[in-house]
Design a protein around this ligand. Structure first.
Ligand code: NDP
Ligand code: 13P
Length: 334
């Protein structure tokens, strides 16, 4: 960062992605207020300078990061707010805040999920709830797993906003020794695509868990890309190149990486775990589990042909057998 004054920023969330983003941002000239809901985790970070529950090897620099457990205090004096809790819990995390708490701030969603009860994108929900103008909203897209950031493996981010200047500001904050971030003017396309790729990663995991091989996976993922294109073009038509990293790249990393929460959750389901036992096995959240219900509901209006989403929905919400459902899906792929 070139400016002398540090950028003031608030991180909302205490999970793996929030911890990884804190690591990236701490490489730059920023002062971060980090809000966590767990007082025990907050106290531990203050005392030992690492998050014991997620990515515990990441060192937290106390000169750059101030820990908060009161959300209103965390928002004070910050120009940028990054939301990094799973979508289902963002309402709880921001509970008690009002539109005036957001006034003048740039709000960045690092969340790749839908608000479950509303079937809404996070950026739409934040705009509706708190009156943040679309031009002061951005999203952080991958392909990027928190675990690889912790290891300082070279990674790339795409920052989406309707306002390219806003996307560029955020991209500069998130570019460091091991991360290159680029701006892109397709906030909704990126956001929907990130939600969809989590559902596809569930399918990838389910088929892995059942015992399908690489040949099938390649066909699943290439069909998935077409499915994502049909859906995103229907709900938010705009010229976009879905072969870019924020779309195809994120689909690939999530469908293939053993770090993926969604793929791991799907693998457990494919191996015969119940939903409750799969959730209990992981201490992390698979956004696709909630998202598939929202996308399925939204698609009642658009009626896009989405056999993979349909199959995952049937397994997770209609108690269909994963084996039977994936056998039926086999016939629909080309
Ligand atoms: N991890 C990654 O590599 C990436 C994640 N993302 C996105 O980031 C977002 C956050 O995911 P991630 O950090 O991985 O999540 P994790 O599963 O690592 O962490 C879950 C977070 O949610 C909080 N939480 C759990 N239950 C509740 C609840 N009932 N109410 C309030 N908060 C709760 C946890 O708090 P507590 O610890 O107190 O239980 C914790 O902070 C998701 O949308 C994900 O898709 C995006 C890109 C990469
Ligand atoms: O979005 C991600 C990588 O870009 C993380 O995906 P998972 O939540 O499946 O780990």
């Amino acid at each position: 960062m070139k400016s002398q004054q540090p950028t003031r920023l608030t991180m909302v969330g205490g999970g793996s992605w929030a911890t990884a983003l804190i690591k990236i941002l701490s490489e730059n000239n920023v002062l971060i207020k980090w809000w966590l809901r767990s007082k025990a985790d907050a106290d531990h970070i203050r005392q030992f300078h690492h998050n014991k529950s997620y990515l515990s090897d990441v060192q937290i620099n106390p000169r750059k990061v101030k820990i908060c457990t009161k959300i209103r205090d965390a928002f004070k004096d910050s120009d940028y707010i990054i939301l990094a809790v799973p979508a289902a819990f963002v309402g709880d995390a921001l509970g008690g805040l009002e539109a005036r708490d957001f006034a003048g701030k740039c709000v960045i969603s690092a969340i790749k999920g839908m608000i479950p009860e509303k079937n809404q994108l996070v950026t739409d929900w934040v705009s509706d709830q708190y009156g943040v103008p679309t031009s002061r909203m951005a999203v952080i897209a991958g392909p990027c797993h928190a675990e690889e950031v912790a290891l300082e493996k070279q990674s790339y981010l795409t920052i989406g906003s309707t306002d390219l200047d806003c996307a560029d500001e955020v991209a500069q904050l998130l570019t460091c020794r091991f991360v290159q971030a680029s701006p892109l003017a397709d906030i909704y396309g990126i956001e929907y695509s990130a939600v969809m790729k989590n559902i596809i990663a569930l399918a990838s995991g389910i088929t892995r868990g059942i015992g399908y091989g690489d040949n099938f996976q390649a066909v699943l993922v290439s069909n998935a890309m077409q499915e994502i294109k049909r859906f995103v073009d229907a709900v938010y038509p705009q010229h976009r190149d879905l072969s870019g990293s924020a779309y195809l790249g994120d689909l690939l990393v999530t469908a293939y990486s053993p770090f993926s929460r969604n793929r791991t959750f799907g693998t457990l389901i494919g191996r015969g775990y119940t939903i409750q036992s799969a959730q209990a096995e992981m201490n992390m959240i698979a956004e696709g589990y909630y998202a598939v219900k929202s996308i399925h509901a939204i698609n009642r209006q658009y009626k896009v042909d989405m056999p993979i989403v349909e199959a995952v929905y049937n397994v997770l919400y209609e108690r269909a057998s994963p084996v039977t459902e994936m056998k039926a899906l086999q016939q629909k792929l080309k």
